[in-house]
Design a protein around this ligand. Structure first.
Ligand code: GLU
Length: 452
């Protein structure tokens, strides 16, 4: 394959949720696996609903997921290209003005339904004379513009769904331009895909019908060029089978980030849910890309369970090397020579990244130790070896305590853990003890900083 060019084309009319992130990831990973380019293109021709704030927020969310576009465009700045495309369609008599009001169209649809006919636009506007049009204009009506579809079946070989076909005779001629002259999504998207040499359009299966229309637009606008290849992926559904809409606020990327889920956990779950690959934790998008194959996406709906983010976040953290998180630790003031060994000791015990602070306190600050059996702890404290300590010190010390007290197993270890960390469970004490150090260990075991 020559280097593919793909695009993620969100409408900046809200925050992106996990379903949108999934489209972005499919495109990004596809480009990454084939050494291609990933374009971020804001579908912001709906001026009333689009905003610059949402566009900026989408960029933040993508960056959090590790997605950096090779180029970014806004359709609102490219209207001249769409005007030129519309002019081309007009001169080929593929774009025609219509003057029906929404109410008139609705009435016609109801009549068609009552007669058992499909609610397809009847092309009445094609029969208007010049005089009819002048009369409407004189009444103050402005036209909207429809694309005249060729009747017949449009076929393509979908990279996910296999051979696909849509009978355009069953479709209404789509409106491309509104009464106020603004463009709906359909035409700008094709004009841009042609202009940007997009090779693959990867998007949700809710766009399958658009694809038939848009393939006709490609043919009308760039008859010599091959249209892009299409891949329509399954859509995410909630655990109860419900669809995820943009308004599912709790599944917005922003709220998942605020809940402390790891970006790589969100990315892995969004990408692997509904595919033939097992959902597993990854350290980076580069790692996710290694096994990514768009053909592995299933044709069945993808059931998404946000509870999986808990386990995946925990497992993702356990995979991170110190280098992966050095900057994030520094942002929490977890710095200095203890930062790396603490990370290695504690990374398998974290539900959230910030939980590292609890273990940082255990090795670097004061805690309220739980002293269940002070006499035993005092005896153990007296046996603490001299520093320097390493990861073997714990085994050596507890062997001595075992010999001296006759305790073993939980009766030996649990009171020591409680006193040293104030927690019932956690990272290996062999790793923690040298970081806690003799001074703090003594004080936690006995309540005093030196043995009398
Ligand atoms: N703005 C459209 C959407 O978010 C883009 C669809 C496409 O990729 O062509 O659904």
């Amino acid at each position: 394959m020559t280097s593919p060019i793909v695009r993620f084309a969100p409408s900046p009319t809200g925050r992106i949720h996990i379903g949108n992130a999934r489209v972005a990831l499919f495109n990004y990973l596809f480009a990454a696996t084939h050494h291609g380019r990933f374009i971020l293109r804001f579908d912001d021709t709906d001026f009333a609903r689009s905003s610059e704030e949402f566009a900026a927020a989408i960029e933040v969310d993508l960056a959090w997921l590790g997605i950096t576009p090779d180029a970014t465009f806004r359709q609102s700045q490219r209207v001249a290209l769409y005007e030129a495309a519309a002019a081309k369609l007009r001169s080929a008599e593929r774009l025609y003005p219509c003057y029906e009001t929404p109410e008139e169209l609705e009435k016609r649809r109801k009549m068609q339904q009552a007669r058992g006919l499909p609610p397809v636009y009847d092309r009445a506007a094609l029969r208007l004379t010049e005089a009819d049009r002048s009369r409407f204009e004189a009444e103050g009506r402005r036209p909207h513009w429809r694309f005249r579809l060729d009747p017949g079946v449009v076929e393509w070989n979908d990279l996910i769904r296999g051979p696909a076909h849509i009978d355009c005779a069953a479709l209404s001629d789509p409106v491309l331009i509104r009464e106020d002259g603004s463009f709906l999504y359909t035409l700008p998207s094709v004009a841009d895909d042609i202009d940007m040499s997009v090779t693959h359009v990867i998007r949700g299966e809710d766009h399958v019908t658009n694809t038939a229309v848009q393939l006709q637009l490609y043919a009308a606008l760039a008859p010599q060029a091959a249209p892009p290849l299409f891949a329509h992926h399954n859509l995410l559904i909630g655990a109860g089978g419900e669809g995820l809409s943009k308004r599912t606020g709790s599944l917005s990327i922003a709220s998942l980030r605020e809940e402390g889920y790891e970006a790589m956990a969100v990315a892995a779950l969004a990408t692997l849910t509904g595919s033939s690959d097992n959902v597993h934790a990854v350290r980076s998008l580069a790692e996710l890309a290694q096994s990514f194959d768009i053909a592995h996406v299933s044709r069945n709906p993808a059931r998404f369970d946000p509870d999986d983010l808990e386990t995946l976040t925990h497992r993702t953290l356990a995979l991170f090397d110190f280098e992966d998180v050095r900057d994030r630790l520094a942002a929490l003031d977890v710095v200095g020579h203890k930062a790396e060994p603490l990370w290695r000791a504690a990374r398998g015990n974290l539900a959230r990244f910030d939980d590292i602070l609890e273990w940082w306190r255990v090795v670097e600050a004061e805690i309220e130790p739980t002293r269940e059996d002070p006499a035993f702890l005092k005896e153990a404290a007296e046996l603490l070896p001299a520093e320097p300590w390493d990861e073997a010190s714990w085994a050596a010390w507890t062997a001595d305590v075992k010999t001296a007290t006759g305790r073993k197993g939980k009766a030996l270890f649990h009171p020591l853990r409680l006193a040293l960390t104030a927690k019932e469970s956690g990272p290996e004490l062999a790793a923690l003890l040298p970081l806690i150090g003799r001074f703090r260990a003594l004080s936690r075991l006995t309540g005093e900083s030196r043995i009398a």
